[in-house]
Design a protein around this ligand. Structure first.
Ligand code: PLP
Length: 445
């Protein structure tokens, strides 16, 4: 409760775990699968969701919950759930709303793994999606909606194209069609952008990235704003009371608005109000699918979160210097970094990311694919790794690595040029990063 009033930097350090008198100052790792009760009835009440409490870590664990509370506070949401990966977070966010026969619309400027999940794997479960260009007009994007469309999805800053989502535009389109906007906010983190303030309803994260920040563990998170009313299918102001009975939701979002037979006929919206989405996510999906992080990993994530505000500022400062350096070098064909005044996303960045975007930038070299390979192989301190957004500067060629399963046409659709090099600028001394880039550029001519 105290969390709403505190500034993001304080939330990074203090939110989630508020020790009582005599309790450990540092978040304890509750490395236990189970929790003990003295009588049968107490445990039965927990199973029936009549009481809150811990009984099995697949559903809830005190360490995991404390970290989820911190992320919810940072995003300004009503609740959050940790998952074992960012992939799981995006899957759960969609699957909590959509079932076989449903459809959703997504920007095509999204992470390659998410592109596959949406376009291939969800299709096998009977959930279809339509990929749209996020730069298209509201009318063009609206044309992709069908009567069975249940959500709109986008990434605040796309991986790897570094394009900025016009969140307000996407929110308008989603709400006009009576569906929630889900935004993957992995790259800016809530330090640099809080999508709920621009109308998004649900936020997802790969906490593997900046939130952990040290490349120690894979994880994800789903956060709910509590601002989408599933019964009436409308986005509501954060403080407005939920309209009571009988909207369109029974037909549109039956999973949330009609009785869940696996919970003795309980209806999530009726019993949990603004916590309906979160409760279903945990009590039904996590119960049945079980992609939880270990409490040990949640503890490591929390350590990362404690310095997130400091690291994001340094990532942005270093990336700005690197982007300016690359954009002035003759051997570089192009650079995408929204902090550059010449960047096509600069105006959107000024609106949504006034304090900086993130440390990731994309660029291409003059020459062919081999030029990119030679440049990357010449780097000394900057490593080639399948990762972004940790303390150490690293580089990747998506067409050869993360996105290699996509055809050239799909690559272009996903905003990934075959020559695109993704550089994730770390928090080392900027001079050392620039020196390594300079010497590698000298190797190519
Ligand atoms: N979302 C974005 C924007 C990502 O960049 C990634 C991974 O790179 C994911 C989701 C998937 O996250 P994870 O690797 O933690 O499963």
């Amino acid at each position: 409760m105290m969390e709403k009033k505190l500034k993001p930097a304080t939330l990074c350090v203090q939110a989630g775990w508020e020790p009582k008198n005599g309790e450990p100052r540092v978040l304890p790792i509750v490395q236990s699968t189970t929790f003990k009760y003295d009588n049968t009835e107490e445990m039965a009440d927990l199973f029936d969701l009549k009481k809150e409490g811990y009984f099995y870590t697949r559903l809830q664990n005190p360490t995991n919950d404390a970290v989820a509370r911190k992320i919810a506070a940072l995003e300004g949401g009503v609740g959050a759930m940790l998952t074992s990966s960012g992939q799981a977070a995006n899957f759960y966010a969609i699957f909590n709303i959509c079932e076989a026969g449903d459809h959703f619309v997504t920007s095509n400027e999204i992470y390659g793994g998410t592109y596959n999940l949406f376009g291939v794997t969800l299709k096998k479960l009977g959930i279809e999606c339509t990929f749209v260009s996020q730069e298209a007009t509201e009318e063009e994007i609206s044309a992709a909606f069908r009567p069975n469309t249940k959500a709109l999805f986008g990434e605040t800053i796309s991986n790897p194209g570094c394009k900025i989502l016009d969140i307000e535009k996407f929110a308008r389109i989603a709400h006009k069609h009576g569906v929630p906007l889900i935004v993957d906010n992995t790259f800016p983190t809530p330090i640099n952008c809080r999508p709920f303030e621009w109308g998004a309803d649900i936020v997802t994260h790969s906490t593997t990235k900046y939130m952990d920040g040290h490349a120690t563990q894979v994880g994800g998170c789903v956060v709910d704003s509590g601002n989408f009313d599933w019964e009436t299918c409308t986005h509501i102001d954060g403080n407005a009371p939920l309209p009571s009975e009988g909207g369109k939701g029974e037909a549109k979002f039956p999973g949330l608005c009609t009785p869940d037979e696996s919970y003795h006929g309980l209806t999530y919206t009726k019993k949990f109000g603004k916590m309906a989405f979160m409760t279903k996510l945990v009590a039904q999906l996590m119960r049945d699918l079980g992609s939880i992080p270990s409490p040990q990993n949640a503890f490591l994530l929390n350590l990362g979160l404690e310095t997130l505000h400091l690291r994001m500022a340094r990532h942005c400062e270093n990336a700005q210097r690197v982007a300016e350096f690359l954009s002035q070098d003759d051997r570089v064909a192009w650079v995408h970094y929204s902090g550059l005044s010449t960047d096509e996303c600069h105006a959107l960045a000024q609106k949504y990311l006034p304090n900086g975007s993130c440390g990731v930038l994309a660029f291409g070299l003059k020459g062919d694919r081999q030029t990119a390979v030679k440049f990357m192989d010449s780097l000394k301190m900057i490593a080639i790794v399948t990762h972004v957004a940790d303390a150490r500067t690293c580089v990747l060629h998506p067409a050869s690595h993360t996105h290699r399963q996509l055809s050239d046409e799909q690559l272009r659709e996903a905003g990934v040029a075959p020559d695109l090099i993704r550089l994730s600028v770390g928090i080392e001394d900027a001079e050392d990063i620039l020196a390594d880039l300079r010497q590698a550029l000298d190797q190519i001519g």
